[in-house]
Design a protein around this ligand. Structure first.
Ligand SMILES: [Zn+2]
Length: 246
């Protein structure tokens, strides 16, 4: 029965690990999602910078166009005042064109910055993709190995169960349902190690005598008592058998 309990504990531990695998995979993916979002926002920023450059270039064109138009008109003005006003407009338009040209230069640098940033983030994303793909392969390999160990433990547990008298197995299963992995409780220092209740000295005496085959259970928690130190495992731990690969 102790062997049964040991195998149940191994199975349960392996199952918990197996159940945690999808979460590990999701966590690995979450890192990628962050890097992809960074690339997407850098792309968006570059698009905006390019749009802004285009707009500023158009401003330059428009101011130059306007100055050209005024210059063409200046030959056909009749009065001195109108001529002066037109000259003023030409000067103004040229100044605006020059300011807009400065802004275009500034914006070109902004575009270059955005391009560099995008390139850097894309490189980082590629690195992450490689790292995380390797990480996921490792998680999947571990999963396969642990699944195999779990199947072995389950099969071994089944075989061990069959060696027990059916009524004992039934009793064990019933208690194990209530106390998974701890259907058996050790009696130590006169106490049930599972719930701490005191055990009658007479019970301990019977429990410790090799000849007595009777089953004793804790009056408080219902677990099956054993008094000896658990026998060191003669069979190798299934989870250790494949560890050399991992
Ligand atoms: Zn107890």
């Amino acid at each position: 029965m102790l062997e049964l309990q040991r195998l149940d504990q191994i199975s349960a531990a392996l199952r918990t690990e197996l159940e945690g695998m999808p979460k590990k995979l999701r966590e690995a993916d979450a890192k990628l999602i962050g890097d992809r979002a960074a690339v997407a926002s850098a792309k968006e920023a570059l698009t905006q910078a390019l749009t802004q450059r285009k707009k500023l270039e158009l401003d330059v064109e428009q101011w130059k166009e306007r100055a050209k138009k005024y210059r063409a008109q200046s030959s056909s003005v009749k009065t001195n005042e109108a001529y002066k006003a037109l000259q003023q407009e030409i000067g103004n338009a040229e100044a605006e064109a020059s300011t807009a040209e400065d802004r275009v230069l500034e914006q070109m640098m902004a575009v270059e910055d955005a391009e560099r940033r995008l390139k850097r983030l894309e490189t980082e994303l590629k690195e992450s993709e490689k790292t995380i793909a390797a990480e996921k392969r490792q998680i999947e390999a571990q999963f396969a190995e642990k699944k195999k160990n779990w199947e072995n433990a389950t099969a071994e547990r089944k075989a061990t169960g069959k060696k027990l008298p059916p009524d004992l197995l039934e009793l064990y299963e019933r208690i194990a349902k209530k106390h998974p992995g701890t259907a058996m409780a050790q009696v130590k220092e006169g106490q049930c190690r599972a719930c701490g209740v005191r055990v009658l000295p007479h019970t301990i005496q019977l429990l410790e005598s090799d000849t007595d085959e009777e089953i004793f259970r804790c009056e408080s928690c219902g677990r099956i008592f054993y008094s000896l130190e658990p026998i060191p495992h003669s069979t190798p731990n299934p989870s250790a058998s494949g560890a050399a690969n991992g």
